[in-house]
Structure formats: structure tokens, C-alpha cells
Design a protein around this ligand. Structure first.
Ligand code: CUA
Length: 314
């Protein structure tokens, strides 16, 4: 699957989730109300200056009390009641059929783990797949600084705070590809801390999650066998986990099915062989401040073998 084949959406006003629909509705009511008030104020101003200057002496007090106090209180109270009325649906208690996903913010990527109804779980990074029309209960954490988890097209944003677990309930109502982001400044590469969300029909989602639970397939071609040896001999396994191999690090992203992901570097680059080579050999240039060192001592052939191996982890 290739990222360029997709149109992705991260536009708040094209909602594809229950929460986002309500947020967009509130937004349009606020814009509508504000525009109406602006037009009335402009009309009154033109009337007072151009049409009938000096026609109503001594009535400024009425205007200030009426237009400056009473009217705003009525309008803002109306909006407050309407806005509070939306909250119960946004903060609804976790439905029994909710899918549980835990997401941990890291500098600057997302550690994602799915907890399935059958008790199984699996981990991946920087990419979510969600079934459509199914509530999703997110548990949000942070290992370092405050991040903020936001998928604009699906719902509101929630901070990820070190030492605490925050929660978010989303329910996608449309299939498609969406983009999520970190919405709280968190250091050098905050702007490069993004992720993709694919919302699919249940059957597709189910097949995907079964695949993700499997350990990595053994490399088949000679090049990818060389790549897998290089991965272990260069110590990549100290930070990265590839389930089913000796690599069992937990500091960096789980790479067990890296080949099946759309992007690398937290939605920074499309997942291609060329970009993997660029990433491995020059991490700091691609993503300032990244904790992974550049492996620029590897030859071109070695980099190519590594990339072939990683791309093969479907
Ligand atoms: Cu994480 Cu900004």
C-alpha cells in the first residue's frame, strides 16, 4: 500500500467521527452568531455616524446597558447551555463494545498498543487502524513531557501528561485515511510528531489486527537475510523490538510489521526503501533532536540490505 494513493484528511470541518461532528456543529453556530452580531453592530454604527448623527441625545446609557450587558449575558448564556448540552455525548461512559487502545507519547513518536477482547495484545508505532462505527476507548500516557493527542477529523484533543492516564472516546463514522498530530509543543521535533489513522470496515480491520499479532516473518531473499544479520550485529535490537527475533529492545518503536506501515519517522516520510536508507544513515538531518543515532558508517550495500529487510516485515 502506498501513501501517495491516498487522500488524507485532517480538517476539523469535514468531520468523520461522532465527537468531531458535534464540535463542527458548535463551531458553525459560533461563527453564525458572531457574524450576525458583527453585522448588527456595523449597521448601528453606520446609522449613528452617517444616517442620523445626534438624533438620540442622552440615550448612550440605554445602549451600553442593553447592548453591552444584557444582550451579551443572554447570548453567552444561550451558547453556554447549548455547549454544555453537547458534553454528555462527548464524555459518555465507555460503551461495553469499545475497543481499547493505549497510546503513549514519546519524543517524538507514538507508542501504540491494542488490547483485544480475547485478551491478546500487540504493539506498533505511529499508525492506527480503527474499525468504522465502533467506539474506541483511548488511554493516553506520556513517558517524558506533555504531548497532546489529536485526530482533528475524528474528535477533540486530549493532553498526555507524564505520571497520569488521560482518556478519550472516539467513534469514527466514515472510512478513509486521516492524519493525527501532537498538539502541544514538546521539543525540537514537535512539528514532526504525527501519525496516520486508517478507518476501515470491520472485516479489513479484523484481518489486519490478526496479522499484527503474528511474529515477524523470516527473511526470504539473500539481501534481506543479510539485512536481518546487520540489524542484529549493529545493535538495532537494543532499542527496537522485532517479535520472533533476538531484537527485543523497548526504547524505540516496535518494528515487527514496519513494512505494512504507510510512513516512517512518525508520518514524516512515505515508507519507501529510499526513505528508509535516508533515515537510517542520517537520522538527525531528517528529524532534528531524534534519539536514534545515524548509522552513517554502513556502506550503501549494507543500507540497502537493511532497508530491504525492514520493508519485508509486512
Ligand atoms: Cu509531542 Cu508535541
Amino acid at each position: 500500500m502506498n501513501l501517495s494513493e491516498f487522500q488524507w484528511n485532517n480538517w476539523v470541518l469535514e468531520p468523520a467521527g461522532r465527537g468531531a461532528e458535534q464540535i463542527a456543529e458548535l463551531f458553525w453556530w459560533l461563527i453564525g452568531g458572531a457574524s450576525l452580531i458583527w453585522l448588527v453592530v456595523m449597521a448601528l454604527t453606520i446609522y449613528a455616524i452617517r444616517v442620523q448623527p445626534g438624533k438620540h441625545p442622552g440615550q448612550a446609557g440605554v445602549l451600553i446597558i442593553g447592548g453591552g450587558v444584557i444582550l451579551p449575558v443572554i447570548i453567552l448564556a444561550g451558547y453556554l447551555i447549548y455547549g454544555l448540552g453537547l458534553l454528555p455525548a462527548l464524555l459518555a461512559p465507555e460503551p461495553a463494545n469499545a475497543l481499547k487502545i493505549s497510546v503513549q507519547g514519546e519524543q517524538w513518536w507514538w507508542r501504540i498498543s491494542y488490547e483485544l477482547e480475547d485478551g491478546n495484545s500487540f504493539e506498533l508505532a505511529n499508525e492506527l487502524r480503527l474499525p468504522v462505527e465502533r467506539p474506541i476507548h483511548f488511554e493516553l500516557k506520556s513517558s517524558d513531557v506533555i504531548h497532546s493527542f489529536w485526530i482533528p477529523a475524528l474528535g477533540g484533543k486530549v493532553d498526555m501528561i507524564p505520571g497520569r492516564v488521560t482518556e478519550l472516546l472516539l467513534e469514527p463514522v466514515k472510512t478513509g485515511l486521516f492524519r493525527g498530530m501532537c498538539a502541544e509543543y514538546c521539543g525540537d521535533s514537535h512539528a514532526f510528531m504525527n501519525f496516520y489513522v486508517q478507518v476501515e470496515e470491520w472485516e479489513q480491520f479484523h484481518a489486519w489486527q490478526l496479522r499484527q499479532q503474528q511474529p515477524a516473518e523470516d527473511p526470504k531473499s539473500e539481501t534481506s537475510k543479510t539485512g536481518s544479520k546487520l540489524f542484529l550485529s549493529n545493535g538495532c535490537g537494543a532499542c527496537h523490538n522485532i517479535r520472533g527475533t533476538m531484537a527485543d529492545g523497548t526504547l524505540g518503536p516496535d518494528l515487527t510489521h514496519l513494512g505494512s506501515r504507510l510512513s516512517i519517522g512518525a508520518a514524516l516520510l512515505p515508507n519507501t526503501e529510499e526513505n528508509l536508507i535516508k533515515w537510517i544513515s542520517d537520522t538527525e538531518r531528517v528529524k532534528p533532536g531524534v534519539h536514534m543515532p545515524a548509522f552513517n558508517m554502513l556502506s550503501n550495500d549494507e543500507l540497502k540490505a537493511l532497508a530491504t529487510y525492514l520493508r519485508g516485515l509486512k
